[in-house]
Structures are given as structure tokens and as C-alpha cells.
Design a protein around this ligand. Sequence first.
Ligand code: HXC
Ligand code: NAP
Length: 292
Amino acid sequence: MDLKAKMLRDNALEGKTIVVTGGGSGLGKSMTTYFLELGAKVVITSRNLEKLQTTAKELEAQTGGTVLPLQCDVRHYDQVEAMLKASVEAFGTVDVLLNNAAGNFISPTERLSANAFDTIIDIVLKGTKNCTLAFGKHWIDNNETNKTVLNIVTTYAWTGSAYVVPSATAKAGVLAMTRSLAVEWAKYGMRFNAIAPGPFPTKGAWDRLLPGDLKEKFDMAKKVPLGRVGDHQELANLAAYLVSDFSGYINGEVITLDGGEWLKGAGQFNLLEQVPEQMWDMLEMMIRSKKK
Ligand code: HXC
Ligand code: NAP
């Protein structure tokens, strides 16, 4: 199986302008790369302009596409409005908002200051709200239709997770926003969907969630029934489909892309995976014998 195989046909995103928050690194950069390969113009935004400029140059050279790097801290509504204005000035319109920017780190919750908790909520939930509200109002005010918002959440948006409580709280809010606006703003020609990725190694996430030798101690691949972490192209394939017109009837959906990871943690008897094959004869005999 070729995990790096590209799914959509050539030019599938031609004519679309896509804004990717947090597009200068990690999964945002990987999704941006594929959008460019499919013919979209992409605006990449984050706090670090130098990083964005380096990424923009690299991806333009690699794909021949057009990338506009714009500094924007999603926590600040005025910066989001300025980023939208600059995007529209450059490309005439924006068709897709990909809310990908995030902040996160592991910590026992009782060790968090109020500001630490707020910082994550502000980036993930308030940041997504800021971008969604600014772009949504702009599209409504200008009678622009066929627009898509794609939000990157996590599977613990619905299960919750210890040790990343601010992130879980914020991602749950983003999921609720996705589903709510999918209904409310469909009349304006907008679609809202989300992707809940399982483990996809990135420096940003791994440095903060698996620091030091935690990477080896908690091998994420072992938590996944398919026995491996995700490949960035697998996520990029799904994201490209969800922002393309091919997914025009998908609205309000969250698609899990985790090799079965969260269900493995949830199913009451999933631990029986550890029972060796040769023990099942004996176990069956013991169970059947109870009938007598
Ligand atoms: C406890 C901490 C802390 C830590 C920071 N703080 N790190 N508290 N443990 N490890 C506290 C600080 O002391 C401060 O509180 C408050 O949090 C804000 O910290 P700053 O450093 O001032 O914030 P800032 O510079 O805005 O940086 C934000 C950040 C940082 C979130 C802390 O890590 C960052 O820039 N992250 C961006 C990228 C990222 O997180 N990527 C991972 C996404 S992975 P006080 O009270 O002292 O002022 C993901 C999903 C993963 O989201 C799912 C995987 C399967
Ligand atoms: P990452 O590389 O750290 O990406 C996070 C991005 O967000 C960075 O580019 C960062 O850029 C940007 N960002 C952070 N704070 C910001 C702010 N205030 N304003 C604007 N941009 C900001 O991590 P990643 O793994 O690729 O994560 C991408 C998305 O996938 C996140 O939504 C994350 O929750 C989700 N996710 C990841 C995994 C995984 O396994 N990797 C699993 C589930 C979900 P700057 O630092 O330059 O601002």
C-alpha cells in the first residue's frame, strides 16, 4: 500500500483560494503542499512571519504554486480581520478557511495557571471562532457562496482526555461550532466539516506531548489497531477532498482518521487482543462447561 499516493485528479482545486491557519509547519504545511499541487492558491498564516516566508518560498519552488505568507495571531480579532483583508486584496476572494492552528502541552490540570488554561482555549477555541466569524460575516455581507470551513479537531473532542484538559475542552467547543454552523449558515452557501486525526508525527505536537523519552515509552503506533501512525499525505488527501467541490453534499460531518485508535481505547473487551491465539481453545472449553 502506498501511503503517499495522491487521491484527487490534477487541478481539482484550481480556482480556489484557501487560507490555512498554522500553515507554516506540521500538518498545516503538508495540507498546504497538496492544495498547491492541486492548483489552489494558498494563504498561510501564523505568529512567526519568518517561518511562513521560508515555507512559502520552499513550497512555491516545490510545486510551482502561489503562496502568500501572512502574520496573524488568531487570538486577536483585529489581526484576523487584517489577514482576511490582505488575502482578499491579493486574490479577490477566499473560498476555504482551514482552522488548523493550535496550542497544546501535557500537564496535570492542577499544575496549570489560569493563564496557561486560557492560552490554549484562546488559540484553539477563540482563534477558530475569530477566523470563522470574520470570514463568515465577510462572505454573508458580500453574498459570496460555495464556501467551506474545515476545522481540525481531535478524537478527544468527544471522549475528553486527561492531561490535555484545556485542549480537549477547546476542541469540543470547535466541534460544537462546526455542527452548529453547518446548519445555521448552510443557507448562505457555506459548508462546515471537521477532521479528527489520530497520531500524525509532527515536531510541534511531539515536542509538547511526548517530550524526552516519552516518545519511546508511549509508542503511539502501539495504540492503533492498524499498528502504525498516520502519514501526512493521508490527512492531506482527506482535507483536499473535504474542501473540494467533490464533497459538496458533506456538511456538519467530523471524519475520524486514526486507524481505529480511539475505539480501541473505548471498547470494553478490546483488551482481549492480548489473549494469545492458543488460549482461545481453553477459554471456549471453560465457557461451554458452565452450561452443564
Ligand atoms: C504548564 C505551561 C507550560 C507547561 C506554558 N505554560 N507551557 N504551564 N506546563 N508545559 C504556561 C505559561 O507558564 C504561561 O502561564 C501560559 O502557559 C502561556 O505560556 P506562554 O509561553 O507565554 O504562551 P505562548 O508563547 O503564547 O505559547 C503558547 C503555547 C506554546 C501553547 C504555550 O506551546 C505554543 O506556542 N504552541 C504552539 C504549537 C503547538 O502547541 N502545537 C501542538 C499542537 S498538537 P503563566 O501563568 O506562567 O503566565 C495538538 C493535538 C494533539 O493540538 C493530539 C495528538 C494526538
Ligand atoms: P504544529 O506544527 O505545532 O502546528 C500548530 C500551528 O499553529 C503552528 O504552525 C503554529 O505556528 C500555529 N499557531 C500556534 N499558535 C498560534 C496562534 N496564536 N495564532 C496563529 N497560529 C498559531 O502541530 P500539528 O501537529 O501540525 O497540529 C496541527 C493541527 O492538527 C492542530 O489543530 C492540532 O490540534 C491537530 N492535531 C494534530 C495531531 C497530531 O498527531 N499531530 C493529532 C490530532 C490533531 P506559529 O508557532 O508560527 O504561530
